[in-house]
Design a protein around this ligand. Structure first.
Ligand SMILES: C[S@@+](CC[C@H](N)C(=O)[O-])C[C@H]1O[C@@H](n2cnc3c(N)ncnc32)[C@H](O)[C@@H]1O
Length: 436
């Protein structure tokens, strides 16, 4: 291991990525996890570049009055680095980051920025992926086996018993599976990840991704003793770091879950796509629904649609959904069929290659990834000028960039922030744009 480098500095502000910003003695910017504005901290450098460094706080020399004890003292940096401040501060930082992003792009937001939260700070996640960690025991005869998360800014792992963000049934089941595997001749090196998911009723399913073809690692009897409704043992190519399904080795019960969003029922696979914090997502959807002109019954176009949870709940009868990911589209198609939505069309394609669907005669909903809208999508919107664009974003910086371009022909009618992921720096922001 290379020599560790430490530095002491004062932190100034929180930046878009969620880190606190400070300056090194040599003038380089330092993006720091685990610190708050105003604090004097000692940091360990985790990445060095010519113009900036990244680091993690190892000691707080002067504390911010905002600082609170993180609930997951050892692992909060891996899952939710804003556990060190109260939710009220988090809400203010999120609103300020939205404001700053739009100001830097020269866009005036007409209303005071408000970030909706349902006040549920913990236990909101319905999906957690655990890693595994093993170490030699004192006498070196066998290895320990623990659940773990990757440490932020290093390749190391931190041993956990769960996370405060997760539904309690997820943490409970994770421990049951860990305890069962501790009785087996298997080491952490043979295991990749454990994915656990719950529906809103708390029914849990799990998938164990392993790097050896150990189909009989867990018996049917053992699986039925666990507090889950279904599970799978999956062989996942060891060459890929991700939990990809290479081969399904064994299955105990179904691993499909069902949830209802604004009265519409969706089925999704354990490894499939689905929203993580359904109550707050539902609030965003019901707000967005208010901006769909159901009276005039215009068709709706949902770009970057995922499995269609926006378009199929709030879009009208005549809805076209465009998504790049084939698994998401397959899941969306299954749901369209099940819901008997004859006028819903799922398109497997990048939005920027589906420009012919943007005709100007429909309400357009966009919910792009962090990179924001493709330049060709913005160009086509400006050419065809649909009467309303409903833009939900997980990155206010790229949203502000796109809105600044769309302002040529649109004005902002409404905007609202949402806190889908409390205790983390993630921000969602809705902007409703009307043709001028
Ligand atoms: C922020 S998610 C939104 C998903 C969905 N609207 C929802 O509410 O759950 C962005 C989605 O865009 C998809 N995506 C990414 N790049 C895309 C592109 N160029 N064209 C279409 N979809 C894309 C991703 O696969 C992902 O499902």
């Amino acid at each position: 291991m290379g020599k560790q480098i430490f530095e002491t500095l004062r932190l100034e502000k929180i930046v878009g990525g969620g880190q606190a910003l400070g300056a090194m003695n040599d003038g380089r910017k330092a993006f720091v996890w685990g610190g708050l504005p105003g604090e004097l901290v000692k940091i360990r450098i985790t990445k060095k570049k010519s113009h900036f460094v990244e680091g993690v706080v190892t000691e707080v020399l002067e504390k911010s009055p905002e600082r609170i004890m993180p609930r997951d003292e050892n692992s909060y940096l891996s899952t939710s680095p804003w556990q060190i401040m109260p939710l009220s501060s988090e809400q203010t930082y999120k609103a300020n980051l939205i404001e700053e992003a739009f100001r830097l792009h020269g866009v005036m937001l007409p209303e005071k920025i408000d970030v909706f939260t349902d006040g549920v700070e913990f236990n909101y996640r319905n999906k957690v992926e655990f890693s595994w960690f093993g170490d030699k025991t004192d006498n070196g005869t066998r290895e320990t086996l623990d659940l773990a998360f990757f440490k932020r800014g290093s390749k190391g792992k931190v041993v956990v018993e769960g996370t405060s963000l997760a539904h309690p049934n997820i943490n409970k089941l994770a421990i049951e599976i860990r305890n069962l595997l501790r009785t087996k001749p298997v080491t952490a090196r043979q295991l990749k990840t454990l994915l656990i998911r719950t529906d809103q009723q708390g029914n849990a399913v799990w998938q164990l991704y392993i790097k050896d073809r150990l189909a009989d690692l867990i018996s049917k009897e053992e699986a039925t003793q666990l507090s889950a409704k279904g599970s799978e043992i999956i062989y996942s190519d060891p060459k890929s770091p991700a939990s990809r399904v290479t081969e399904r080795l064994n299955k105990f019960g179904g691993t499909t879950l069902t949830d209802t969003i604004l009265g519409v029922t969706f089925n999704y696979a354990c490894e499939g796509f689905f929203q993580v914090n359904i109550p707050v997502y539902e609030k965003a959807l019901s707000d967005m629904r208010d901006w769909i002109d159901h009276e005039n019954n215009l068709p709706t176009l949902d770009l970057y649609s995922g499995v269609g949870t926006i378009g199929l709940t709030i879009g009208g009868d005549d809805i076209t959904l465009v998504e790049i990911n084939e698994h998401a589209v397959a899941e969306m198609q299954r749901n369209i069929t099940k819901l008997n939505r004859a006028n819903a069309k799922a398109i497997l394609a990048p939005s920027e290659k589906s420009l012919e669907y943007i005709t100007g005669e429909q309400i357009v909903i966009v919910d792009p990834p962090r990179a924001g809208l493709h330049a060709d999508v913005v160009r086509r919107l400006l050419e065809t000028t649909p009467p309303r664009i409903i833009y939900l974003s997980c990155n206010p910086v790229t949203q502000a960039r796109d809105v600044s371009l769309l302002q040529e022909k649109y004005e902002i009618t409404h905007h609202q922030g949402y806190n889908f992921f409390p205790r983390t720096p993630h921000i969602e922001h809705l902007v409703v744009l009307d043709k001028k």
